[in-house]
Design a protein around this ligand. Structure first.
Ligand code: B12
Ligand code: SF4
Length: 560
């Protein structure tokens, strides 16, 4: 077997947990889709592999692999993130059992390759740089081993992802990427370790060619710009948005957009206006905490440069709705943080608020510090002492999903009582996903934001949306706790214009996921509290005095 042969390659996207915050499969089902988003990394890998191969992508979140597909494959490629670890390992074992050549790559294998050394080839880092190295070695008769490029690739050479290998109907939105990397330096972040602190952008022409491809393939609707920080390099983003505006206008706005960006996006009116003009509707922001001291300690000072609420209002004023991430369990966090976070979320009107527990991810400044301080816990929740990775999935029974930052999290000894952190965290989830608070936020934000949708749904989108509207209305009407609030919001937003009505319906449809998912997490947190109090073999807290005096000089040694 050589890369020059006409090989059949099976590319596998492992499953995500049904209990993950972002895995709103039930909402996707109401739209007739199966899962939120396709695996853009694997579609890019497909475009980097020899194009004379016969490539098949199977997303296990959509369907299972048939025996015929396994039998037909000459080689198997699999990749994914930390919570997909078990799925990646299963794919390796399945392929091995069937005598297939198995190749592994992507975020988690790149962060901790030692967990995947049963694979034949570990192709690490960004595929644009490492896949050619692996293929060259294979041509030289050395297909097995670890393949990694010395430098990060120039993304202007990145090919158009093979969108033709998926069925758009299976997904709620489709990903496109403009840049990789982020200029900031948050202590807990692995993005900057994986993709660097110097944002690398594609050219505007390249991005438009990707959108052209989606357009030609008949896709219409929501495109998610999956950049690590969309505004990491504003000098490149603005001309791209100008070109995108022209492109969209010429085609009567076939797409609308979402992305993730830092809060300083709100400080640039020109940028917000450009985003509004191309129909950006959603942005995810890592707010983490409103407490400036904690932001300084975690090196996210970009968030404390201006008042957060003012910044959010500026984004809302441009018709862009905000979802946000919050983190519980930072060092020095004070008692009563639950109230701080609940009040902030209610005041901000952020409907999709992902409140997670701090996780020291592999390959981050945070994990290195905690290890130095002897506070890191290993997967079986004993103090981490050996050199093996603390992130291997082990069925500990008690922490079945310890890779998730909600049901698991806090994989270190906390600075305040661990049980107290968990209790307050649970209070936040119970409060923000209570039917009343959730629905009140939807209504408040519908009033506050000024959507101006340029994209008009195609016939097939309209069908999907009507289907979802009926399904949501039936579900809400059956559910006593939310019925009245749902119909109140529906009637009130009906008189606010179609765009606000549409916004409110989309947000409310997410409740059926968050209600179930937050209850699941709440129950897991009860187990965690019991574990912390009755079973843990490590201290429930490290110190009573604040750490800042001893830590800040170390953290500030590497300024932005
Ligand atoms: C979009 C996105 C999402 C979307 C869509 C996910 C999807 N279906 O693809 C959503 C919002 C659903 C999501 C959710 C989550 N995400 Co996410 N997400 C991203 C984001 C911003 C972009 C991913 C992407 O498409 N990149 C573009 C492609 C082109 O890049 P790529 O995937 O890295 O692929 C390249 C290489 O890795 C490599 N490669 C990839 N696969 C393979 C396979 C082989 C065989 C080879 C050779 C090479 C290879 O080649 C590709 C081309 O260079 C990344 C950040 C990032 N920069 O990747 C985080 C990221 C991947 N997510 C992450 C996490 C943790 C999560 C969550 C677990 C968060 C949470 N706690 O809930 C959830 C779980 C998902 C779920 N559904 O349950 C982490 C992963 C950390 C890790 N070390 O594994 C990242 C890196 C961000 C971060 N630091 O927080 N996510
Ligand atoms: S701003 Fe976001 S992507 Fe950038 S370093 Fe901080 S957490 Fe990472």
């Amino acid at each position: 077997m050589s890369p020059e042969d006409a090989l059949q390659c099976l590319i596998i996207q492992p499953k995500f947990s049904a209990n993950n915050f972002w895995n709103y499969a039930d909402v996707a089902n109401s739209l007739g889709a199966k899962t939120p988003a396709p695996p853009l990394g694997l579609l890019t890998v497909a475009a980097l592999l020899p194009q004379h191969w016969k490539l098949k992508v199977v997303d296990l979140n959509v369907r299972e692999i048939t025996n015929a597909e396994w039998d037909a494959a000459d080689l198997v490629c699999v990749g994914g993130m930390l919570p997909q670890q078990e799925g990646i390992v299963n794919a390796i074992e399945n392929a091995k059992a069937r005598g297939k050549y198995i190749v592994v790559g992507g975020a988690d294998p790149s962060s901790q390759p030692n967990l995947y050394n049963r694979a034949d080839a570990l192709v690490l880092g960004e595929g644009e740089a490492s896949i050619p190295i692996w293929l060259a070695a294979w041509r030289d008769g050395q297909p097995n081993g670890v393949f990694e490029a010395p430098d990060r690739p120039d993304v202007t050479t990145s090919p158009i992802p093979r969108y033709d290998l998926i069925d758009f109907k299976d997904y709620v939105h489709i990903g496109v990427q403009f840049s990789r990397g982020c200029p900031f330096n948050c202590e807990f972040c692995d993005i900057i370790e994986l993709y660097g602190r110097v944002p690398r952008s594609k050219t505007a022409g390249q991005l438009l060619a990707e959108l052209d491809r989606l357009y030609e393939l008949g896709y219409r609707g929501w495109v998610d710009l999956v950049d690590d920080n969309f505004i990491g390099n504003k000098r490149q983003v603005k001309p791209m948005l100008v070109a995108l505006q022209r492109w969209s206008q010429e085609r009567n706005y076939p797409f609308y957009f979402g992305t993730e960006a830092t809060l300083n996006m709100a400080d640039d009116d020109e940028l917000l206006t450009l985003m509004q003009q191309v129909d950006f509707r959603y942005v995810f922001m890592g707010i983490e905490t409103p407490d400036p001291e904690l932001l300084a300690l975690t090196q996210k000072r970009v968030n404390s440069m201006r008042p957060i609420m003012e910044r959010l209002d500026r984004v809302y004023a441009h018709g862009i709705s905000i979802s946000a991430g919050f983190i519980f369990g930072f060092d020095n966090e004070k008692r009563g943080n639950d109230k701080v976070i609940i009040d902030f979320i209610e005041e901000s009107g952020i409907v999709v608020a992902m409140v997670g527990l701090l996780v020291a991810l592999p390959n981050t400044q945070l994990v290195r510090r905690l290890q130095r301080e002897g506070r890191l816990l290993s997967a079986d929740l004993t103090l981490f002492t050996d050199t093996e990775s603390p992130y291997r999935i082990e069925a500990s029974g008690i922490y079945a999903e310890n890779k998730d930052n909600q049901a698991g999290g806090l994989n270190f000894v906390t600075t305040r009582d661990r049980a107290e952190v968990y209790r307050e965290y649970r209070n936040v989830l119970d409060a923000i996903f209570s039917p009343r608070n959730f629905m009140n936020r939807v209504l408040a934000t519908a009033k506050r934001t000024r959507p101006f949708n340029r994209h008009k749904p195609s016939l097939s989108e309209l069908k999907r949306e009507i289907r979802s509207l009926f399904s949501t209305a039936c579900w809400m009407t059956k559910n006593k706790s939310v019925r009245w609030l749902y119909w109140r919001n529906t009637l009130r937003t009906l008189f606010m214009g179609f765009d606000k009505f549409d916004y409110a319906q989309r947000m409310m449809s997410m409740f059926r996921h968050f209600e179930r998912q937050s209850r699941y997490v709440s129950k897991q947190i009860d187990v965690n509290i019991d574990f912390a109090i009755n079973h843990a073999t490590y201290p429930r807290m490290v110190a009573k005095e604040p750490l800042s005096a001893s830590l800040l000089p170390i953290l500030q040694a590497d300024p932005i």
